[in-house]
Design a protein around this ligand. Structure first.
Ligand code: FES
Length: 104
């Protein structure tokens, strides 16, 4: 499954196994700008991304715990904010575009 990370003018495409979280897709491939300090336990909010508007509605809605943690992100969240540890890479998200915030 492909994930595209956009950081300013940089665009990095990574290929990961189905079921990998987008957070791990970034950290396992040394994509800068996503930290994932808690390892995906929904307790750090350092995996914040802005999902490309074209892709946002294709994801399942965030759960209540994720919504709570989205209030603790370093950079101000937008309507397209998600925590990337909660985005599974699947056939449906193949090619998803995620924008990396300036700070985590
Ligand atoms: Fe900590 Fe996503 S990795 S909340």
């Amino acid at each position: 499954s492909k994930v595209v990370f956009v950081n300013g003018a940089n665009r990095t495409e990574v290929e990961v196994l189905v079921g990998t979280s987008a957070m791990h897709a970034a950290t396992d491939n040394l994509v800068g700008g996503i930290i994932g300090e808690c390892g995906g336990d929904l307790s750090c909010a350092t995996c914040h991304v802005f999902v490309d508007p074209e892709w946002f509605d294709r994801l399942d809605a965030p759960g209540v715990d994720e919504r709570d943690m989205l209030e603790a992100t370093s950079e101000e969240p937008t309507e397209f904010s998600r925590l990337s540890c909660q985005i599974p890479c699947t056939a449906e998200t193949d090619g998803i575009v995620l924008h990396i915030p300036e700070s985590q």
